[in-house]
Design a protein around this ligand. Structure first.
Ligand code: PEP
Ligand code: MN
Length: 272
């Protein structure tokens, strides 16, 4: 049982939160965020950005700071990556979702990001989440891989408590004993979170499964679970990706997912 007494600002009331990012209203429109795991070069990002825009994405994702399991793995392009993201926004008009991993970077990353992503590994980095709370920018708060729903909602509470109401939750899979998939995408978290809080929730079937063949079915299942949107990884040439290549969709695969998910969402709207 979740003890709701600790949730003062995140607890469900009469009104649902709608987070406005440019022309997109998260919590009202069904939002699809897509792009590569990492920003690798200007050509890679711009080509992918054009393709996801063409397929119907609402926002562009891309990591400039990568929290990698190994210190020897690609760590991201940092400021150079943010400048490339800015260029992609100028060209496509897509708002930028990018991860911030260090408290000291929050202020200046805000100059480039439209949405600050807090990654699964940092969900309970309390100094970082307080800082993004102070920054006031919309925050995409991913669920920690070892976290309960209660712990996750308490982290959202930290951000709200700093005066930032613009929190979007993201279910990205949790660790279980299952090894076939990278993580276990906990889709029951979607209706559970809807019962407990007014905040919007999206899912990440890319990190949630880690397997290309499972991404589309779990995107469709996410839509059916009642989530407010999706975030998926797309690369212009997955074989060349510097991070998460095994879960990167090609632009045509992504375009099919967008088409099918929007059709299912429309059908669900007609059910009501
Ligand atoms: C990512 O979005 O590329 C990422 C690192 O995600 P997570 O924090 O969910 O592992
Ligand atoms: Mn990734």
């Amino acid at each position: 049982m979740i003890d709701m007494k600790d949730l003062k600002l995140a607890a469900k009331g009469t009104k649902r939160t709608v987070v406005r990012v440019g022309k997109v209203s998260v919590g009202q429109d069904f939002v699809i965020i897509a792009g590569p795991c990492s920003v690798e070069s200007e050509e890679q990002l711009l080509e992918t950005a054009r393709a996801v825009k063409e397929a119907g994405a609402d926002m562009l994702r891309g990591g400039a700071f990568k929290p990698r399991t190994s210190p020897y793995a690609f760590q991201g392009l940092g400021l150079k990556g943010l400048k490339i993201l800015e260029k992609a926004r100028e060209e496509t008009g897509l708002p930028i979702v990018t991860e911030v991993i260090d408290t000291r970077d929050v202020t200046w990353v805000c100059e480039y990001a439209d949405v600050l992503q807090i990654g699964a590994r940092n969900m309970q980095n309390f100094s970082l989440i307080k800082e993004v709370g102070k920054a006031g920018k919309p925050v995409l708060l991913k669920r920690g891989m070892y976290s309960t729903i209660e712990e996750w909602l308490n982290c959202a509470e930290y951000i709200l408590n700093e005066g930032n109401p613009n929190v979007i939750l993201c279910e990205r899979g949790i660790r279980t004993h299952e090894k076939y998939t990278r993580n276990t995408l906990d889709l029951s978290a979607v209706p559970a979170v809807k019962e407990l809080t007014h905040l919007p929730i999206i899912t990440d079937p890319s990190h949630g499964t880690g397997k290309l063949s499972l991404i589309e079915p779990m995107c469709l299942a996410s839509v059916a679970s009642g989530c407010d949107g999706l975030i998926v990884e797309v690369h212009r040439n997955p074989a060349e990706a510097l991070s998460d290549k095994e879960q990167a969709l090609t632009p045509p695969q992504f375009a099919q997912i967008v088409k099918r998910c929007r059709a299912l969402r429309k059908f669900m709207g007609e059910l009501k």
